[in-house]
Write a protein that binds this ligand. Structure first.
Ligand code: ZN
Length: 66
């Protein structure tokens, strides 16, 4: 029974460590690209202010690369 207890504890810590490792990889991967997806932009075709994403929901125009 005690072995099972330590197995669960070890698994729990491995899960936390894995989550931290994964999130640090995500953050280090492409932070600029992620921020670009979250910032607002004005569609050059229809002038619609897109709140989120890289595609205008009004006319389907892609966000221009700057
Ligand atoms: Zn548009």
């Amino acid at each position: 029974m005690q072995y099972l207890f330590w197995f669960i504890i070890a698994g729990f810590f491995a899960l936390i460590a894995g989550t931290f490792y994964w999130s640090s990889l995500r953050r280090g991967g492409n932070p600029i690209e992620l921020e670009k997806d979250l910032e607002e932009w004005i569609c050059p075709t229809c002038g619609f202010q897109v709140q989120m994403g890289t595609e205008c929901i009004y006319c389907g125009e892609k966000k221009p690369a700057d």
